[in-house]
Design a protein around this ligand. Structure first.
Ligand code: KG4
Ligand code: ZN
Length: 316
């Protein structure tokens, strides 16, 4: 059994994972209420919240797994990327556990762990169909938007990445402009269900060019529709229409580039991972758009898309 700890951003998480990648327990304590009134993550508050949460979260992950401490054979932990003060809390907790139990400490990369989450197995049916190597991975989170060619665990080639904002950041920042609560991605997703994707004409930045991404221009475009048009007395779109149009613009670019990468490398499998991979429109569209090309889309189950420690355990 491996115990994993994740504290890179605003979730304190611990999990117990078996060597065959079966998840025995996965506990996530979110800090959303701590940061909500600031409209984004406040790093110092995040570190302090991790400090108070990490002990109880680790304890409940062990309790829920039904394992005893002497069955823990290694400790996995997120080494980066993430907020330095936050990472430090998880690393110190993991080091202390590893030292006191006399077991190895396995530091892992957060983004690689998001991708490897596609191999996790659980009683709810995760891991029934897994990709074969090599595959293309689209890792989309609050801090990253990257395309990789994945040859094996810890064997990744970066093919493209965002030149400015990450896709999650684009969701969160535009949501904030629209007055939606933090974190905005999930609220845009919900609001978009009632909206018209064609209502607002938004750009698809760098759609026809390469495998890199750029999302910062979308913020300006959305701002124009919220403020500029209101100022000029032109119709301001309904929030649901703006949400649907924004989501479609982001998802269009993500799907187009992931498929472009797969075709360029003649690879028939694409893994979609990271917090933004829980977006309902991205999940639907990547499946429908890959099928005509004979490409299979593997979606990380929703419970392992946003930050969690099971994915850290899986890679560790
Ligand atoms: O992977 P993650 O939990 O943390 C990072 O490693 O950054 O990703 C968080 C990001 C946030 O930007 C959040 O708004 C976005 O994932 N997100 C979503 C959805 N759920 C979470 N974005 C769009 N639609 C969603 N349903
Ligand atoms: Zn993450």
């Amino acid at each position: 059994m491996l115990l994993a700890i994740e504290t890179s951003c605003d979730e304190t998480a611990a999990a117990v994972v078996q060597p065959d990648l079966e998840v025995c327990s996965s506990v996530v304590a979110t800090q959303i209420p701590v940061h909500a009134r600031y409209g984004g993550v406040v790093p110092e508050l995040a570190s302090r919240s991790h400090l108070t949460a990490v002990g109880p979260v680790v304890r409940s992950a062990i309790e829920q797994s039904g394992c005893s401490l002497d069955q823990i054979e290694a400790i996995g932990v997120t080494a980066g990327p993430g907020l330095a003060g936050c990472l430090l809390v998880g690393l110190q907790a993991a080091k202390a556990m590893a030292w006191s139990l006399g077991v190895p400490l396995v530091p892992v990369d957060h983004i690689e762990a998001h991708i490897q989450a596609v191999f996790l197995k659980d009683a709810q049916g995760a891991g029934k169909v897994v990709p074969n190597y090599p595959f293309i991975a689209l890792a989309v989170s609050g801090g990253h938007t990257s395309l990789y060619r994945v040859e094996g665990p810890r064997d990744l080639e970066l093919l493209g990445q965002t030149l400015d904002d990450a896709a999650g950041e684009a969701f969160d920042k535009t949501a904030k402009m629209m007055g939606l609560p933090y974190p905005g991605g999930v609220h845009i997703d919900r609001l978009a269900q009632e909206g018209d994707v064609a209502a607002v004409d938004l750009p698809r930045p760098m759609l026809n060019r390469g495998l890199d991404f750029s999302f910062s221009g979308l913020k300006t475009a959305v701002r124009y529709h919220i403020e500029g048009e209101a100022r000029d007395g032109i119709t301001v779109p309904a929030p649901s229409d703006l949400a649907a149009s924004l989501q479609e613009a982001i998802v269009d670019v993500l799907c187009t580039k992931a498929i472009r990468a797969a075709r360029a490398h003649d690879i028939k499998e694409i893994v979609v991972a990271g917090g933004v991979a829980s977006n309902s429109r991205l999940r639907a569209k990547i499946v429908s758009e890959t099928a005509p090309h004979g490409i299979r889309a593997h979606l990380v189950p929703g419970r392992y898309c946003t930050d969690n420690a099971a994915m850290i355990g899986g890679l560790a």
